[in-house]
Design a protein around this ligand. Structure first.
Ligand code: SF4
Length: 108
């Protein structure tokens, strides 16, 4: 038989018994926040290239000029950090258009 702890009284002197215990964030109607961005905020996506799958077509460099560059063999060199917001649409298009599906947007 399951025990329902909700109906049990709180120990005398406890914050719950005094009515001073803070409610969990979920019961206050807002997300838990840790730091400036929030605990569950997704990270900004970064471009990643699968070096095995990439066949050096160079299409990603054409779609993201100045952001993706090509090395001497035609393989893309992508910046490590998050894609700037103004380039995200082009980055998504490059991911869609990559003929070998070697390009992706990653949040980790
Ligand atoms: S478009 Fe795809 S296959 Fe072509 S260079 Fe870029 S990542 Fe590699």
């Amino acid at each position: 038989m399951a025990v329902n702890n909700r109906d049990r009284p709180h120990p005398p002197g406890s914050p719950r018994a005094r009515g001073t215990a803070p409610l969990p964030d979920a019961r206050r109607g807002r997300a838990a926040v840790t730091g400036a961005r929030g605990a569950h905020a997704p990270r900004d996506p970064a471009l990643r290239v699968d070096p095995i799958g990439c066949q050096a077509h160079g299409l990603c460099a054409e779609l993201l000029p100045g952001y993706v560059t090509l090395d001497e063999w035609g393989y893309p060199i992508v910046p490590a950090g998050p894609v700037p917001p103004q380039l995200r649409a082009a980055a998504r298009a490059a991911v869609r258009e990559c003929p070998t599906l070697a390009l992706r947007l990653a949040t980790e």
